[in-house]
Each structure stands twice: as C-alpha cells, then as structure tokens.
Design a binder for this molecule. Structure first.
Ligand code: FE2
Length: 414
C-alpha cells in the first residue's frame, strides 16, 4: 500500500502535470494516475484502480471497493430516504463492476456505471462513512476512572423531578452515564412503583428470569448469593446470558442494620491498565471464549442459562472496548480452551483481577432510600460488603439499545 503525505499531495496539486509526473513514478505503479478537481478544491484527489477507487478528501486517504460504491448508492431507485432503507438488491450487483466514468466537483463525487446508472456521493458523507473515517471515531466518549478520578470529577446527581419532567435533566443524567458508566438520581420516592417510572423514562425494562422489577432481600428466595447477607465480590451481572443485560437499576428502599455498602469498579479503566502493562494478556482476554452458566432449582424456579463469549469484547474495526464479561461466581467449567492456552488465560485473568481489586480502583457508596443508581453492566462491575439487619433493594435491568436510543434522540454521541 502506498502512503502519501497530505502536505505533499497538496503541494503537487498546484503544480502542472509535467512537474508532477517524475515524482509520481517513484511512488505509484506506472498505470495509475491521480486526478484533481479544480484548483479551488485542492483538498480532493482521486485515482481509479482495477478493483477500487482511491480518494483523498480533507487530508484523509480513503479506499472504496466498487461493489461498495454501487451498493451504497443513494439515488431514488436504490435507497428510500423516507424509511432510510436500501431498495437496491445487493445480490444483483456484478461483483466485477467498475464505474465507466468518474467526476468530482466541489461537493460531490459522480460515478456512472456500465448500465448508465449515476451515483452521487456527497464528499462529506463519504468521509464520514468510509472505513478510514470510521476508524478515527469512537462510538462514544468516556472518562475512565479510579476512585480518585471519579471523586475529583464531582459528578452531580440529577434530581428526580428534573429527570422525569425535563429533557435537560434527562440529558444531563445520560451524559454522566455515558461518560462514567454510572449515574445517580436523587429524591426518588422509595417505592418499587416510583423506581419503575424512573426506569421507564429512559428505556424499556428488560424482563428476565428474575421478573420485570425485582425485590432483593436476604431471604434466599432465589438460588443466587445476591439473595443472602454475604459480601459479594465485584462482578458484572447476567454473564450467563448470550447478551448480558445492558444496564442495572438499583434503589435501596430500606436498610435497618449495618454494612451493605455498594462497591463499584470501572472495568474499562482496569482493562486499560492491562492493555498498557501486558498487551498480550489483553489480547488473550479478547480472544478466548468462555462459558458462564446459571443453574437454579429452588422452589418453583428451574433455570439453566448459558452465555458464551470472551471476558473483554472489542469492536474489530477500531479495537474499542465495549463489553466486559466478568463474574467468577458464574464462570462455568472451562472446556472451550485447549490445554496449551488455558494456563496463559489464567495468567491474563489474574492480571485483570489484580487491577480490578486494586483498592485505588474501588468506589464505595452507601445506597440510601431516595437515591437510585444506574450501572452500565457492560462496563462497571458492582459488589457489596456483608450486612446485618433487614435490607430491601429493588431494581430492574434495561435494554441497552433503548437507553442509547434515548441518548441519541437527545443529541448525545452514543
Ligand atoms: Fe450483581
């Protein structure tokens, strides 16, 4: 692959072709040639290759496969702008297709295909939607935190009334949530019904085997350690679902006793430390799939859930971490990993666990009636210390897609 410096290309753009040619021969195959738009738009240049179009715009070099260019045509017969859906049957596109002619003006790329069909692409649209353009973007901005960073940020809680009644309140809450993976709402009436209204303000509630809204007491009504008074080490929930629940809502309705503080740890901050210190461990945790399992036979509840996936999940195109699946209680027998990888995986898991258990990374909060906590279960681990007395929590899970949908509707990058 050739690499051209932006400055170099821009400089060449204002020279005549005869001046440019000798320089090109050094870096390009003899058959290829750059085409430029008018002098006023020197930021744009293109080159037709056998199987792709090379295109430079706004200092970004992009490469487009011809089938991709035909497939993404936004003409009225290929794309329905009312429904934002493709009308073109992609399977009807010749896999060896190549544009007959190419033209570029100040704002638009025009491609004419062998059958005469014309495709127009806005240059800014191409830039935004190209692989090279996307690679430079993250899905959403985050502030990775340890206890100190989070406390220093003085992230405000949002008042319940503002959260429920104003878009500004909701937006502020979601902005905090997207940045830190946790957010609080204050002055919530301490009832299950009011907590449900809160949850429904931003998302559909994700009903699970635990029901829609759940009560948490130490009555061991379900076959899970969460329903006891014991301490719970940091973990993410529902790792045994193929798609772990996206968001957890927790609201302490009553506690007459001692202890029971909630522990929060930013899993992405810990993973970032692993990436810096031991990139091979990070890679292994991204690659090796594991099973998590929930087997319950208590009372009338009979459940057997299995979720499979690596501990760390990254988007393949930009390596951005989007999901941590970490629950040592629910990790099933490891039978998806060959013997000669198992030991390295245990070592990598230990590296991550060491980071997750570093006291400096632990944020301890006391949940009180009226203060509801939203936790990004794909990012932030939670746990609790043991407690005495009667403690009642209620909460629910939210579907991640719907929370992000609300955030996007309010203009946030999510
Ligand atoms: Fe949990």
């Amino acid at each position: 692959m050739h690499r051209y410096s932006a400055q170099c290309l821009l400089r060449r753009g204002i020279r005549s072709r005869t001046q440019r040619e000798p320089c090109y021969r050094k870096i390009l195959p003899a058959a290829t040639r750059w085409h430029y738009t008018a002098q006023e738009s020197l930021k744009c240049a293109w080159q037709l290759h056998n199987d792709h179009l090379e295109f430079r715009y706004a200092d970004t070099l992009m490469r487009f496969d011809y089938v991709w260019l035909r497939d993404h045509c936004r003409s009225a017969s290929c794309y329905n702008t009312k429904t934002n859906q493709r009308s073109l049957d992609t399977a009807s596109v010749d896999l060896n297709i190549k544009p007959k002619t190419v033209r570029v003006d100040e704002t638009t790329l025009f491609l004419t295909w062998p059958d005469g069909h014309v495709t127009r692409y806005g240059l800014a649209w191409l830039m935004k939607n190209s692989y090279e353009g996307q690679k430079q973007q993250i899905m959403h901005p985050r502030v990775l935190w340890n206890a100190d960073i989070y406390q220093q940020a003085h992230v405000p809680s949002v008042d319940c009334q503002s959260f429920l009644e104003t878009n500004d309140g909701l937006k502020e809450f979601l902005q905090n949530f997207l940045l830190y993976g946790i957010a609080f709402v204050e002055n919530v009436p301490p009832t299950k019904e009011d907590t449900e209204i809160l949850a429904e303000r931003i998302s559909l509630i994700r009903e699970t085997i635990y029901g829609r809204m759940w009560y948490f007491t130490s009555d061991f009504s379900r076959g899970d350690t969460a329903y006891t008074k014991l301490a719970l080490d940091r973990h993410t929930d529902t790792t045994y679902f193929q798609e772990p629940c996206g968001i957890q809502v927790l609201h302490c309705l009553k506690h007459e006793g001692t202890g029971g503080r909630t522990l929060l740890v930013d899993g992405f901050y810990a993973a970032e430390q692993v990436l810096r210190q031991a990139p091979e461990d990070f890679k292994l945790l991204c690659k090796v799939p594991l099973k998590h399992e929930y087997i319950e036979n208590v009372g009338g509840c009979h459940n057997h859930m299995i979720g499979i996936g690596p501990v760390l999940n990254i988007y393949p195109w930009n390596n951005e971490l989007y999901l941590i699946r970490y629950n040592n209680y629910d990790r099933a027998v490891i039978n998806t990993v060959p013997y000669d990888v198992v030991h390295s995986w245990y070592a990598a898991h230990r590296t991550l666990t060491t980071e997750l258990r570093r006291p400096a990374n632990e944020l301890w909060v006391k949940l009180k009636p009226g203060k509801a906590l939203f936790v990004d279960n794909w990012r932030v681990l939670h746990g609790r210390e043991s407690f005495t007395g009667y403690r009642q929590l209620c909460g629910c899970y939210l579907t991640r897609d719907d929370v992000l949908n609300t955030a996007r509707f309010l203009g946030l990058q999510a």
